[in-house]
Design a protein around this ligand. Structure first.
Ligand code: KG4
Ligand code: ZN
Length: 349
């Protein structure tokens, strides 16, 4: 880390995490996150109004905490970056307004950035410069996408996506029907360790030869979720116990099988040697090991940031902002909106 690398403060509020990260170039200095997840748990999903209110309350303390940890004051920063979309509009608005106020008050450049590209850029904080081009598999509660990344500050193109539920959403819904708490991914991951991944043959969405013609790199998880629900209902109707470990392991295997198969296929198809996995579901232990195993067979390297950097955080936004400064990209100005459906191809607002 050298003093002449840009010091960037990043703000993330697209869902239920108020994240403020501070980086110098590709070095992480602080990653403060305040999550409202417990306030949503009893509803079994994120309630937008509750999330917006929690962001409002957490924003200033989280900025202060990040500055304390990094040992900097707001006036030290060279630029501010913020998630401008996609996400929950009310939640995004809080972060965008805070970032504009900060940039205006400090007279610093402001970068409005895409949440998905930030999930890619964050890996630089752990594993060094991004290999470009690379293929990114982004899997979280809100998104499941395969992206070809030529230049993370400008050129991200969609290769595939989920046509229904996001991968994390499938984990959360299946956890719910198994009586596990929200968010369900980590609970399924844990329960799966005591079960067999081949106990139940759950469907692999969009993998039949007919589906592959139109949806080679797309995902579908809603049929899988329904299949798990039917299977559990049938057991219960027959008065038999539901083998939690087996259902969790077999469901998890079905998700990870399709995700890794299609991601590696896309990397090979596009002639790319590096596969990067990000988003909350990238914390899944089976996804990580199966991706390594399958990618290695095709000469593809896998990069997965540590779990804390995979889930939503401010450091990922700061990482992308710092890369924009380093590559001489012009700032966004102050008049960009919070855009709940910002397309993945729009890296900067
Ligand atoms: O990226 P993230 O924190 O927020 C969104 O942008 O959605 O991802 C949250 C999602 C949730 O659906 C959660 O169940 C899932 O990531 N998740 C996991 C694991 N840890 C978190 N899914 C599977 N296995 C895990 N270990
Ligand atoms: Zn995310």
């Amino acid at each position: 880390m050298t003093r002449d690398e840009p010091l960037v403060l990043g703000i993330e509020t697209s869902c239920d995490e108020t994240g403020v990260g501070i980086v110098r170039g590709r070095t992480l200095l602080a990653d403060a996150v305040a999550s409202s997840v417990e306030e949503h748990a009893r509803f079994g999903g994120v309630v937008p109004e509750v999330a917006s209110r929690a962001h409002l309350e957490a924003m200033v303390p989280t900025i202060e905490r990040a500055c304390d940890v990094a040992g900097v004051t707001p006036s030290d920063v060279d630029a501010v970056a913020v998630t401008s979309g996609p996400g929950l509009v009310g939640a995004l608005l809080v972060g965008v307004a805070a970032a504009k106020a900060l940039a205006l008050g400090l007279d610093k450049p402001l970068y409005g950035v895409n949440h998905l590209a930030s999930h890619v850029a964050v890996d630089q904080l752990e594993h060094g410069p991004l290999p470009e081009p690379c293929l990114a598999l982004l899997v979280s509660g809100g998104h499941s996408s395969l992206l070809l990344v030529d230049d993370v500050t400008t050129g991200v193109s969609p290769v595939g996506r989920s046509i229904d539920d996001a991968a994390g959403e499938a984990f959360d819904k299946v956890a719910r029907l198994l009586g596990l708490p929200f968010p369900g991914g980590p609970h399924i991951d844990r329960a799966a360790r005591s079960g067999s991944s081949v106990a139940i043959d759950f469907p692999r969405g969009l993998t039949s030869s007919r589906d592959l013609e139109r949806h080679r790199f797309d995902f579908s998880f809603s049929g899988l979720k329904t299949a798990v629900a039917r299977w559990v209902e049938a057991r219960e109707a027959a008065g038999e116990p539901v083998p939690l470990g087996d259902v969790a392991a077999s469901f998890q295997e079905a998700v990870c099988d399709v995700l890794t198969r299609k991601a590696v296929d896309a990397a090979v198809d596009r002639g790319v040697e590096d596969l990067l996995i990000g988003g909350g579901v990238a914390a899944n232990s089976r996804l990580r090991s199966l991706a390594e195993e399958r990618a290695a067979r095709h000469g593809v390297r896998v990069r997965v940031p540590r779990p804390g950097l995979c889930t939503d955080n401010g450091a990922m936004v700061a990482a992308l902002g710092a890369e924009m400064v380093a590559r001489g990209r012009a700032p966004s100005g102050l008049d960009f909106p919070a855009d709940s459906s910002l397309p993945v191809t729009t890296v900067q607002a």
